[in-house]
Every structure is written in C-alpha cells, then in structure tokens.
Design a protein around this ligand. Structure first.
Ligand code: PLP
Length: 409
C-alpha cells in the first residue's frame, strides 16, 4: 500500500447514457435553491407538488391494504392488480393479454429498462422517436444496443415521419418504440399514423414497444388508440402506470403487458420473467391500488375538460408562448407538456443547454433543453405546464422579457 487514493470510475456501460431532465441545469437550480433562490420548476412531470392531489379513494385504499402489503408478492405482481390491468387491456382492445403476460413495476421506468436489458445485444438497433422521453434512449444504450432516432415532424403536429422511420430500418433493427401520447410534444397520434407504423413492423417482423402512460390524459374529446389493438398478428410490449393519471408518481406503480402474437418470443419472455424474479417483485402497496384506480369513475377527466386545470393551463401556455416574438409552438393534445421552438438565428442560439442556464440565472425558471430529449437541433425546449395559472402567468411574463433582450454570448 503506497497510501495513494484509489479511484473508482463509473462503468463503461454508462458511457453515452444521458438523462438530462435531472441533469446539469437542474444541478445549477439546486445550487441556487440552496443559496435561497425560489425556482419556478417547469421541468418535471410530477403532478403532486403542484396541487394535483391523488383521489381520496386511492389513498384510503392504500392505507386499508398496507397490512396485507408487507410481504413480497408474486414476481409479476398481485393477482388483483394484474386482473384489473387485464380488464383494462380488454377495454382498450389490446389483444391476447392473459394474467401471466402482465408485469407490475416500480413505475413504468423499471420495466422500460428491463424490456431492453432482456432483449438487446451489441449491434442490435431499436427505433426511437426524436424527440423522445430520454429514458428510452438511455435504457437501450445501457442494455448494449443502439438507439436509432426517427424524426417526429413539427409541421405535421409532431406525428412520426413515416418515411424517415422506414428509411432507418436495417437488418439489425429489432423493434420500434412509439410514445403516444407523447412526452415531450404532447402529441396524440391518429389511427392512420399508428397503422402505418404497424405496417413497417409487419413488413420487417419487428417488435413494437408502446409507451402509453398518458393514455388517460387526452383532451379535446379525442380518443386514444392503443397501438397493440391494431397489431394482433405482432407482439407489442405495452407500458402504462398510475404516476400521471392518478397523480401518484411517488407510489411507483407501473405495468408492462405482452400483447398480440407472442409465438416467436418465447425465449425473450423467459428472459423477462428471469429479470422480474431477480428484483423479487415491485412495491406491493403501489400494486394494491391498481384495481381501485382502473375501475369506475376517472377523476382525471375533470382536469382535462374546459374549466379543468390541465385544460385551462394548456390553453393559457399555448397562447402565451405564441405571443413571444421568436417563439412558435404546436398545440398539445394530451399529457401536460409543450415543446416550443426558438428562432435560433434571432437569438444566436448555438447551445440550448446554455440557453437553459441563461434563462435559469436570469429568471429563476427551470426548463429542459430540447437536446435533452434527443432532439436534433438546439432550437427547442420543454415546458411542463403543471403549475397553477398564476405561476404560469408570472413565468410567461418573465420569459417574454427575457427573450426580448436575449442574444446568446
Ligand atoms: N414514459 C413516459 C413517456 C414518461 O413521460 C414517464 C415519466 O415521465 C415514464 C414513462 C415513467 O413513468 P413512471 O416510471 O413514473 O411510471
């Protein structure tokens, strides 16, 4: 022993794994907070801190079930939870989901990572949207695969560009990830677009991964179409959970369902079961409320119609952003995100991370830069419009005066 300090570096598996939603700009916000600044957080899709309380019935049922939730459950989850999820699949025409095709997870996040760990080897490619919810790209990279991004087109309401997607399929492609409703754009894809995606998967015999965690947060009388409902002859791995619709992100309750024709995937499914067993089970108190959450009255509906908070906040943020010279934005149809575009020539923007830091330091508003969602240019950012109207109003006034004088150094 020579007394020198031994250094420990992170594993090379984490090279190129990014999750900027909680990245360096958020670190700076935390530093400013520690020094006493009040930060307006428009960066994380976490409803509870913004006064979106979970329904009382959910909390009461969780308390009621706590005693019976002390032990591990089956590694795939409680029977009652999985039965309720199975019935939810039936209502959404998601085909061929039996009780053993359902896995509960500590949020959908755990299962997204698991679904990629169980499938990918070096060289395998998965098609992922750009912009994406960055956990997908991170999970694919961590699993040793390659995320290949297909473009979503702002000119077409942020729908996936089907020709771009088709052009990116290679012999190494194993699957397509579809995030619908979408984070960060708030887009809701129509049936025709979904059918075209299924067509590509059918032609190239690909797996489909449908992240539909916002399917119960749709506005304007639109209806969400489950991707798997259009692909009974293919296998779709569907992801959903209660974090957003029931405002219980902290309870960590999500699920994954294997739908459609699974005959070719027996070995992959064995792998998923192995991974589920290795983590023993997902948290059982969270599972105990699934049945209550999915049945009957859906309190989220009230938030999404005219007069409801999410609806009214969307109306406001959409018009306030479009009112800022140099900013334009597509109206979101679902979830609680909006993805505005900046005129980078006008503001001389070369780095959107630098823009996010400049905005934070000047206005104490925290947003996430578009490249954090694997977007291709430094010309977008994401706002989470969960804070109440008064907070949004103040934030938009500050943002408007910020942009009026902004030229990136
Ligand atoms: N998928 C999408 C598109 C998301 O936006 C999120 C969270 O923001 C998740 C999955 C993960 O949700 P959870 O792990 O809370 O279920």
């Amino acid at each position: 022993m020579d007394g020198s300090t031994r250094t420990f570096t992170k594993s090379s598996k984490l090279d190129n794994v990014c999750y900027d939603i909680r990245g360096p700009v958020m670190d700076e916000a935390q530093r400013m907070e520690a020094l006493g600044s009040k930060i307006t957080k428009l960066n994380i899709g976490n409803p509870a801190p913004f006064g979106f309380a979970a329904p009382d019935e959910i909390v009461l049922d969780l308390i009621y079930n706590l005693r019976n939730s002390e032990g591990y459950s089956d590694s795939r989850g409680l029977f009652s939870a999985r039965k309720a999820i199975m019935q939810y699949c039936q209502l959404k025409n998601i085909p061929n989901v039996g009780i053993d095709d359902i896995f509960t997870g500590n949020g959908a996040s755990e299962l997204i990572t698991m679904s990629m760990q169980g499938l990918l080897d070096k060289g395998d490619e998965i098609l992922v949207p750009s912009p994406d919810y960055p956990l997908w790209t991170a999970a694919i990279t961590l699993a040793g695969g390659t995320a290949v991004h297909y473009l979503c087109d702002e000119q077409s309401d942020w729908y996936p560009d089907i020709e771009d997607m088709r052009g990116k399929v290679t012999p190494n492609t194993k699957g397509i990830v579809v995030i619908n409703p979408n984070n960060p754009t708030g887009a809701l894809y129509p049936r025709e677009i979904l059918e075209q995606i299924v067509g590509i998967a059918r032609e190239h015999r690909l797996l489909l991964f449908a992240d539909e965690i916002y399917d119960r947060l749709v506005m304007d009388g639109e209806k969400h179409v489950a991707l798997a409902s259009l692909a009974p002859d293919l296998m779709t791995v569907c992801f959903n959970g209660l974090s957003k619709s029931h405002r219980v992100a902290g309870y960590r309750c999500g699920w994954m369902c294997l739908a459609g024709d699974k005959r070719g995937a027996k070995d992959y499914i064995d792998g998923l079961n192995l991974l589920a067993k290795m983590r023993l089970c997902s948290n059982v108190p969270g599972q105990s409320i699934v049945q209550t959450a999915l049945g009957g009255y859906q309190s989220a509906d009230e938030l999404l119609k005219p007069g409801g908070r999410i609806y009214e906040q969307r109306e406001y943020i959409y018009s306030a952003l479009n009112d800022i010279p140099g900013i334009s934005v597509v109206k979101p149809k679902a979830a609680f995100y909006i993805f505005p575009k900046m005129d980078i020539e006008k503001f001389h923007i070369r780095s959107d991370t630098q823009f996010a830091l400049d905005l934070l330091k000047k206005t104490k508003i925290l947003i996430t830069a578009g490249t954090g969602f694997n977007w291709v240019a430094p010309d977008h950012f994401r706002i989470v419009y969960l804070p109440d109207l008064e907070t949004l109003h103040d934030a938009m006034a500050s943002m408007k005066s910020f942009f009026a004088g902004y030229v990136q150094k």
